[in-house]
Design a protein around this ligand. Structure first.
Ligand code: 3EB
Length: 330
């Protein structure tokens, strides 16, 4: 009997990572392209677009004109809504997003809990149930004192909402403040049919081991995640944290240098080649708009040719002035 094609193809390869890029274009144009999994606009100037793959991020860009961020896969994409949760999938990948209004969930703790409960239940019922990377954008993130700081309340709600969903290991993540409506929480994720490989940074205490001084509930996230085909490293929000302490308080340039040192250590730890290139889209979240030109200048020197989108975003520790995250393609 002749072996059929089906047999030869029965063992599908690992899904190739989505291509993440910035492009100066219109949402409608890229949403019409095959393989578009998600499209992000930035700030109040971005349009609202009625497509579950579209997300308008609350952070204001420092670049004008501002590109869109695109996630594209080499497969057909389907999309839909599940109540207030938006999703799309294709090629083994899943995008899911939810943007609860804190006023409808009893405040920041309730909204974070709700977001993570909804995402966990939705993703848990999908073939693409391995959450590899997650982003959290929080209004007025440093408002409130001590354990009442809004970031710490977010951490509390997140921990309740995720339950034991990440018992085998946390995804890579970013949690950054925005200056849009304070009650508007934005959470979105990238999940896959296959697990990735978590990467920690030898220069940093793993976040889930942070001591009590940073809050009752330690943040749960991996420093980075190698995606299943090992072709991309998804890099979590990275700042001037050494050990568990914030380094160079009050010194923007030293913090940025320390952050770049952390990124180099992370690439080494992930067995990735050193450095970033034109296919490594990064974001720089800058606390004080007045610092943005200096951050841009330093990054252009240190990471020539690397696409960096600069956003007005507050790091979750009020003494930290800048944070980077993004992607490193092998
Ligand atoms: C840090 O290194 C900076 O709470 O999900 C970075 C990435 C940070 C993710 C999160 C927090 C989070 O601790 C803060």
């Amino acid at each position: 009997m002749v072996q059929g094609c089906e047999d030869l193809q029965a063992e599908p390869g690992l899904p190739h990572a989505p291509r993440v890029s910035y492009r100066m274009t219109e949402a409608a144009v890229v949403l019409a392209e095959p393989g578009t999994l998600a499209v992000f606009g930035f700030g109040a100037g971005a349009p609202s677009v009625d497509d579950p793959r579209w997300l308008r991020v609350e952070q204001e860009p420092f670049d004008a004109p501002t590109p869109l961020e695109l996630w594209q896969v080499e497969a057909d994409v389907i999309h839909g809504r599940d109540g207030d949760l938006n999703w799309s999938s294709g090629g083994g990948w899943l995008f899911a997003a939810i943007e609860p209004d804190e006023r409808e969930h009893g405040g920041p703790v309730g909204a974070a809990r709700y977001a993570y409960e909804r995402l966990r239940h939705f993703v848990g019922g999908r073939a693409e149930h391995q959450v590899l990377r997650i982003w959290n954008y929080i209004g007025a993130i440093n408002h409130g004192d001590g354990d009442q700081e809004r970031y710490k309340q977010f951490c509390e709600g997140r921990a309740h909402g995720q339950g034991d969903f990440f018992a085998e290991g946390y995804p890579a993540a970013t949690a950054i403040g925005h200056h849009g409506a304070e009650h508007h929480l934005q959470v979105y994720l990238l999940a896959c049919t296959h697990a990735g490989e978590r990467v920690e940074n030898p220069r940093q205490v793993s976040a889930w081991h942070y001591p009590r001084q940073y809050g009752r509930t330690s943040p749960g996230f991996a420093r980075a995640m190698t995606l299943p085909a090992q072709d991309v490293l998804a890099i979590s929000g990275t700042a001037a944290v050494v050990g568990h302490a914030s380094a160079h308080v009050g010194d923007l340039e030293a913090q940025l240098n320390e952050t770049l040192t952390n990124l180099a250590a992370l690439l080494a730890s992930a067995d990735m080649p050193a450095g970033f290139d034109t296919h490594s889209p990064l974001k720089a979240y800058v606390r004080h708009p007045a610092d943005a030109p200096r951050v841009r200048e330093i990054l252009q020197q240190r990471l020539p040719g690397v696409p960096v989108l600069m956003l007005h975003g507050d790091v979750c520790r009020s003494e930290l002035l800048v944070e980077l995250d993004g992607w490193r393609y092998a």
